[in-house]
Ligand binder design. Structure first.
Ligand code: IMP
Ligand code: MG
Length: 186
């Protein structure tokens, strides 16, 4: 574990609030007159979804989906050294509670890294035959991409650093930090 004092703020709570409000306004404009379903990816997206949804002035409902990676999951310290290099085998731990058929779905994720997770989730949700499927991610690390996937709404593009806070964890901790912070690479 680290002392919170060792963490350097990369994106402050004020910058997050400003950007998330703008993303909410953009979604409101794009889906004017329609209903939407937010599908949050557990657990990292929970805080972002809560703030984003409050800036979307549309008829909206919430759902959540859960994933984990098969085997080869790095220990927290390996994860820090090498980033999140999963094998690409993603497994569903919680499915959505309702059909997404003919619905406007906004898939909400904390961070788009290699793209393996969102590529998998996108294919699962597209199988529901939604009216529209859009991806909103708070953070994007484009330099780490292994699958050619892009988000429709991106909060911030960041360099290849391991970050925590505002929902993002290191070994399940630090999700509750209000700012997004860089964890020092030992
Ligand atoms: P992807 O499948 O490689 O795009 O991984 C996305 C997932 O990896 C995110 O939902 C996070 O759980 C995790 N992840 C990737 N980078 C970070 C990071 O810097 N901090 C915390 N979690 C991360
Ligand atoms: Mg996550």
């Amino acid at each position: 574990m680290f002392a919170v004092n060792d963490l350097k703020v990369l994106i402050s709570r004020d910058q997050i609030a400003y950007r998330v409000a703008a993303m909410g306004a953009e979604i409101t404009r794009d889906f004017a007159g329609e209903s939407i379903i937010f599908v949050g990816v557990l657990k990292g997206a929970a805080i972002f979804l809560g703030d984003l949804a409050r800036h979307v002035d549309l008829d909206a409902t919430f759902d959540f989906i859960g994933v984990s990676s098969y085997g080869n999951r790095p220990t927290p310290s390996q994860e820090l050294q090498h980033g999140w290099d999963s094998t690409g085998e993603v497994r569903l731990t919680k499915d959505v509670d309702q059909s997404m058929r003919d619905k406007n779905v906004i898939l909400v994720e904390d961070i788009l890294d290699t793209g393996l997770t969102l590529t998998y989730l996108k294919s699962i949700l597209l199988a529901h035959k939604p009216k529209a499927l859009r991806i909103a991610t708070l953070l994007d690390k484009p330099s780490r991409r292994k699958k050619p996937i892009q988000a429709d709404y991106v909060g911030f593009s960041i360099p290849d650093e391991f970050v925590v806070g505002y929902g993002l964890d290191y070994a399940e901790r630090y999700r509750n930090l209000p700012d997004i912070c860089v964890v020092p690479r030992g």
